[in-house]
Design a protein around this ligand. Sequence first.
Ligand code: CMP
Length: 373
Amino acid sequence: MKVRPFSRVSATPGAPHGAQAGGLTGTLIGALPVALGLVAVVVLSEPGLSTTLRLALDGVLTMIWCLYLGQLIATALRRDPDAKGAMLLVDLAAVIVPLAALVATLATGADLGGPSLACGVWVLKLLRDSTAFRLVARVLANEAHNLIGVMSLFGIVLFIAALLAYAVERDAQPQTFGSIPQAMWWAIVTLSTTGYGDAVPQSFIGRILAGVVMMSGIGVFALWAGILATGFAEEVRRRDFVNNWQLVSAVPLFRQLGSAELVGIVRALKPRDLPAGAVVCRKGDAGDQMFFIVEGRVSVAATGAPVELGPGAFFGEMALISGAPRTATVTAASALTLLTLHAQDFQILLTNNPEIAETIRKTALQRGGAEPL
Ligand code: CMP
């Protein structure tokens, strides 16, 4: 049986483990031309470069531009409209912005920093391929309502602070607090607790006001940080849950579970990827978890001939049932995606699901006689 549980989510920010590894490699490969291009842009900004080096770096930029032109065409031809939108925008900017800068330079002769500077737009390519960026975008979208609320609070505090500072300080310092917009600069610098020191209240009341504004600033930013941290935690939990759900539904043993029990087991099981040849558990070791194979095969060095187990099978249950050490060494015969279940969660699973308990017990007995549950 070949399980393909990943196809639906592999392009989403929450790509499962196997797909994430591939995504990471893809991101690193995609980042190479960006890094090279940005280094060239930075070096080209040095005034004292030799003509040869300048030409060589321009050549590098031209090659990367051609590569991105190809990528733009490939993205435009993509069938998946969901994946296409933002990618197309980035790919378009990566080609159009340097081209427009080149045309503008040739047409007007104006020094806009040259087309090489415009290649700085390639930094967006890092966002295009970054799952982390997509995660940030989702968190911002999910929390937009709360963040806008805190921003409004920030605006209100800012306005009141500027108004009061103007009222209190304008006579003493007309050059820095002479208008509300001027006082607003002080309010922003104080509220953000940056404190450049270019505008400082002189009066006693002005300083008390400054203290209150600083403390309010800390409060507002703490609120922001709290909302974002909670948003991130929730998004990551949700993403992991969706991924785990797909992995768990690939294991036949769990298909008999009702949705409430399935939710519990999805939370308890942890995905794990292993390369071919990796030892999953060793004979004689203490066992604190059991394993469900989602994808790939393992070789169990059982007494007599080795036994191969494939997708949907489980192992490592005997040590959990009997409390004795592992009875065999289990090795990944191919690249492997497993779900692991810790001893405590294993007991809960068995208590709540007598049918699953029976299946696991029978299998353990067939394999070599772990004590009955
Ligand atoms: P455990 O003893 O916890 O760790 C090694 C695991 O290998 C064991 O649980 C079983 O799940 C599995 N195992 C042991 N013997 C066999 C066998 N003959 N056939 C299939 N699996 C086995």
